[in-house]
Design a protein around this ligand. Structure first.
Ligand code: HXC
Length: 517
C-alpha cells in the first residue's frame, strides 16, 4: 500500500473516531434516556446526503484538572451546513456524549464559525441544544465562549432567522443564546431551561421544585413564554423546524418562498356570514375564521398555549407567506393583556424583520383592567405591541370582525399605524369603549336620579349602540377602507396582498429605536 492510501486510511479512521463522539457507551446511555445523538438529530433535519461537516478534528486545549488526558475529536459539538427541502441552512448540535455537551472555548469557536458563515451567505442558523452548560474545567474561557456566541446571536437577529431546538439540558447563562434567537422548541419531559437549578433555588429561596416544574417544556410554553413550541418528541421538534423554515425567507433581504396554491383564491366561505353570534357578549372561535380563509386551512401556530387570548402564526394566501395576528374571543373575550401584548409584539417584529406581510383579525374589547395588570406594567407591554405595529413597514391588512374598542383599536394595526388596507365586517363595532362602560361614565348621575334607572340605562345604551355599534362611522372618515361581506374575506385579503406586493416604506434613519422594554 502506497503512502497516499495509508494516509487516506488514517483519515477514514479519524473520521470514524470523531463520529463516535464520547464513545459507544455514552451513545447507548443517550439512547437509553430516549434521546438521539447530535449526528442523528442533524440527519433527521437535513435532506439526505446534504450535510457537510466542519471542524471534525477540533479538540479542546484545556490542561486543567488533567483534561489533556481526555480529548475527543470534534469536542462536544457537530457543526456544518446542509439543506432542508433544498434550501441552505447552517446547523450545530451539541453532543452530550462528550463532557455532557458542555461548552468549551473551542466548542464555542465551532458555533461562531457557522454563525459567521451563515451571516456572510445569508442563511438560517439552527442550533440543537443538549448541554451541561459552561465546561467547568475551562473557567472563564467557557464563559468567554458563551459571550462570543451571544454577540453573534445579537448581530444576526433580524438578519438571518435563528431557531433553537432544546432537546436536553440548557442551564445557567447558556439559556441566553436560545432566548436571543427567534424561535425555541422544547421537548416535553426531556428538556429543561433555567438560570439556576432546583438545588440553588432551594438554597436561596427555600422553594422545593423539580427540574420539570422549574423549567420544563410545559412551564416555558404556558407560563413564561420562553418556548414557542412544546413537542412530544425530537422527531416532532425537527418537523416543527422544517415547517417554520417553509414560511420564512433565508434572510432579511429576501422574500419568503411562495408556493403553488391549489385552493381557489375566490373561494367564498358562506359560514363566515353566520359566525358572529347575535349576542355581542357571546364568543365564537377565531380558529374557525383563520381555518376558513387561509390556503387549505394550513396554520402553523406559534405560542399556542401561552396568552391564548391572542393567536399568532404563519399561513399562506394564494401561496404567499403571511403572519396572522388575531384576537381570540373565546379566551378572556379576546382582551389584550401583558402576555398577549408581548407575544404578539415579538411575532409582529419577526415578520417585519423578515418581509412577511401581516394579516390582523380584530375582535378586542380593550385592555384588561386591574391592579395586577397595572402593577405588572401593562402600559409598557401594551406599548410594545403598539410600537411593533407602528414601526412595521411590511404590507399590513386588517379585518375588524366585531369589537374594536379604545386603545386596543389604535394598537391592532389600525389605519393610523400605517395599516395599508383596513376592512371591517358589517358586524364591526368601533368605539372608545363598550356600551355599558360608556353609559356608566357619561350618565351615572342621571341614572341614579332617574325614575326608572334600569330603563334609563337601557335607553342610553341603545342610543350608544345605534351610534357606534357599526363600522360605518369609522368608514365615514376613511379609517376603514371598505366594509366587506364576511364570506368574501379570503378573496379581499388576497387582492390586497397582491396589490401591496411592491410596497415600499422606510422608517427614518436612526442608530436604533428605543422600544419600551
Ligand atoms: C464539564 C460536564 C458538565 C460541565 C456535565 N459534564 N456537565 N463536564 N462541565 N458543565 C459531564 C459529566 O462530568 C459527565 O462526564 C458527562 O458530562 C455527563 O454528565 P452526567 O452528570 O453523568 O449526566 P446526567 O446525569 O444526565 O446529568 C446532566 C446534568 C449534569 C444535569 C446536565 O451533568 C449537571 O448538573 N451538570 C452541571 C450543570 C451546571 O451546573 N452547569 C454549569 C451551569 S452555569 P462523564 O465523563 O462521566 O461522561 C453555566 C454558566 C454559563 O453554564 C454562563 C454563560 C454566560
Amino acid at each position: 500500500m502506497g503512502i497516499q492510501s495509508e494516509k487516506v486510511k488514517e483519515l477514514i479512521k479519524l473520521r470514524e473516531q470523531a463520529r463516535l463522539g464520547g464513545g459507544q457507551k455514552r451513545i447507548d446511555s443517550q439512547h437509553q434516556k430516549g434521546k438521539y445523538t447530535a449526528r442523528e438529530r442533524i440527519a433527521m433535519l437535513l435532506d439526505e446526503g446534504s450535510f457537510e461537516e466542519l471542524d471534525m478534528f477540533v479538540t479542546h486545549r484545556c490542561t486543567n484538572f488533567g483534561m489533556e488526558k481526555s480529548v475527543f475529536l470534534g469536542d462536544g459539538i457537530v457543526t456544518g451546513y446542509g439543506t432542508v427541502n433544498g434550501r441552505l441552512v447552517y446547523v450545530y448540535a451539541q453532543d452530550f456524549t462528550v463532557f455532557g455537551g458542555s461548552l468549551s472555548e473551542t466548542l464555542a469557536q465551532k458555533i461562531c464559525k457557522v454563525m459567521d458563515q451563515a451571516m456572510k451567505v445569508g442563511a438560517p442558523v439552527i442550533g440543537i441544544n443538549d448541554s451541561g452548560g459552561a465546561r467547568i474545567q475551562e473557567g472563564v474561557n467557557a464563559l468567554a465562549g458563551y459571550a462570543e456566541i451571544f454577540q453573534r446571536n445579537i448581530l444576526a437577529s433580524g438578519v438571518v432567522p435563528q431557531i433553537s431546538a432544546i432537546f436536553g439540558p440548557c442551564a445557567g447563562g447558556a439559556v441566553y443564546s436560545p432566548a436571543l434567537t427567534d424561535f425555541n422548541i422544547m421537548t416535553k419531559g426531556s428538556s429543561y431551561m433555567f438560570l439556576t437549578g432546583p438545588k440553588v433555588v432551594k438554597t436561596v429561596t427555600g422553594e422545593d421544585v423539580t427540574q420539570e416544574d422549574l423549567g420544563g417544556a410545559s412551564v416555558h410554553s404556558t407560563k413564561s413564554g420562553v418556548a414557542h413550541f412544546a413537542v412530544e418528541s425530537e422527531e416532532e421538534g425537527i418537523e416543527v423546524v422544517k415547517h417554520l423554515l417553509s414560511f420564512i425567507p433565508q434572510n432579511n433581504l429576501e422574500e419568503a418562498p411562495a408556493i403553488e396554491c391549489s385552493d381557489p383564491v375566490d373561494r367564498l366561505e358562506d359560514s363566515l356570514n353566520e359566525i358572529i353570534p347575535d349576542n355581542p357578549n357571546r364568543a365564537y372561535d377565531m380558529y374557525e375564521v383563520i381555518g376558513a380563509i387561509v390556503d387549505d386551512g394550513e396554520f402553523l401556530e406559534i405560542h399556542k398555549n401561552y396568552a391564548a387570548n391572542i393567536i399568532v402564526g404563519f399561513a399562506r394566501f394564494n401561496g404567499m407567506s403571511v403572519g396572522i395576528v388575531a384576537n381570540q374571543p373565546k379566551v378572556l373575550a379576546g382582551v389584550l393583556d401583558i402576555n398577549a401584548s408581548r407575544k404578539a409584539a415579538r411575532f409582529v417584529r419577526f415578520c417585519d424583520a423578515f418581509n412577511i406581510p401581516l394579516v390582523t383579525l380584530v375582535d378586542v374589547p380593550g385592555f384588561l383592567p386591574g391592579t395586577g395588570q397595572e402593577y405588572g406594567g401593562v402600559i409598557l407591554h401594551g406599548a410594545k405591541l403598539l410600537y411593533a405595529y407602528g414601526e412595521a413597514t411590511v404590507p399590513k391588512v386588517t379585518v375588524t370582525l366585531r369589537k374594536s374598542y379604545g386603545g386596543a383599536y389604535c394598537v391592532m394595526s389600525s389605519k393610523h399605524l400605517r395599516g395599508d388596507m383596513n376592512y371591517a365586517w358589517p358586524s364591526a363595532e368601533i368605539a372608545v369603549m363598550g356600551p355599558a362602560g360608556a353609559i356608566e361614565v357619561l350618565y351615572s348621575k342621571e341614572a341614579a336620579t332617574a325614575e326608572n334607572p334600569a330603563e334609563f340605562i337601557a335607553a342610553k345604551e341603545k342610543e350608544y349602540k345605534d351610534a357606534f355599534a357599526n363600522p360605518f362611522n369609522a368608514a365615514k372618515y376613511g379609517y376603514i377602507d371598505d366594509v366587506i361581506e364576511p364570506r368574501n374575506t379570503r378573496f379581499r385579503i388576497i387582492r390586497s396582498l397582491q396589490q401591496l406586493a411592491t410596497k415600499k416604506l422606510t422608517n427614518p434613519a436612526k442608530k436604533h429605536d428605543n422600544l419600551p422594554l
